[in-house]
Write a protein that binds this ligand. Structure first.
Ligand SMILES: [Zn+2]
Length: 207
């Protein structure tokens, strides 16, 4: 627990963070979870708790609990926040089968000792219109795989667009793999491109 003590020796008030409505996770400089607040436990219990608690428990690398292309994005973000001391924030969709939920994440540096990751809810409402009566075979590619967007959780209909299919968010189909749909990819790749460019500029190289 020395990492926690080292983080707690800054100006963090853990009792105050525990009263936060937002989910707060503290990471050491290597990205391992050193502390989570009470709101995190509430969120986990309301959303398929045991699997979330296994994936994001103290001592684990936070990004090991995430799958798909978002890992590389957040590796870049964490590295950048620690290096520059500047906070990062973005909105992201994290919907359940029944609710459209828009969350906001902030990644804040704790000196260069670690990171405070805060997730807060911005919007929550029932889904407008899920795609009903989807035929599974329309979503399997020639290898039999179903592609789901890691970010918005819509599934790719082969030769068509991306659709929200409620029952497949609740219970993913067998052989589901993860990628990013075009709008989500545009957002993440643009961020990564900008931050690489900035890193090169800071290093004194030509962009
Ligand atoms: Zn998407």
């Amino acid at each position: 627990m020395s990492a926690l003590l080292s983080l707690a020796n800054t100006t963090l008030d853990l009792a105050e963070l525990d009263r936060e409505v937002a989910v707060v996770v503290l990471l050491d400089a290597e990205g391992r979870i050193v502390w989570v607040n009470a709101a995190w436990h509430r969120f986990a219990n309301e959303n398929n708790g045991s699997s979330l608690l296994d994936r994001f428990s103290v001592g684990q690398r936070y990004l090991d609990g995430i799958s798909g292309p978002l890992v590389a994005h957040f590796e870049t973000v964490f590295e950048e926040v620690l290096r520059t001391g500047e906070a990062y924030e973005q909105d992201y969709e994290c919907s359940s089968p029944d609710l459209f939920r828009l969350h906001h994440v902030r990644v804040l540096p704790i000196r260069s000792d670690g990171l405070l990751v805060e997730h807060s809810l911005r919007e929550s409402r029932p889904h407008e219109e899920g795609f009903k009566g989807a035929d599974e075979s329309d979503y399997r590619d020639e290898r039999g795989l179903v592609l789901q967007c890691s970010n918005c959780r819509r599934v790719h209909r082969v030769g068509d667009g991306w659709q929200w299919v409620r029952e497949w968010v609740a219970t993913p189909l067998a052989s589901t793999t993860h990628g990013l749909c075009a709008p989500c990819a545009a957002f993440y790749f643009e961020h990564t491109r900008r931050s690489r460019q900035r890193a090169r500029t800071l290093a004194g190289e030509d962009p």
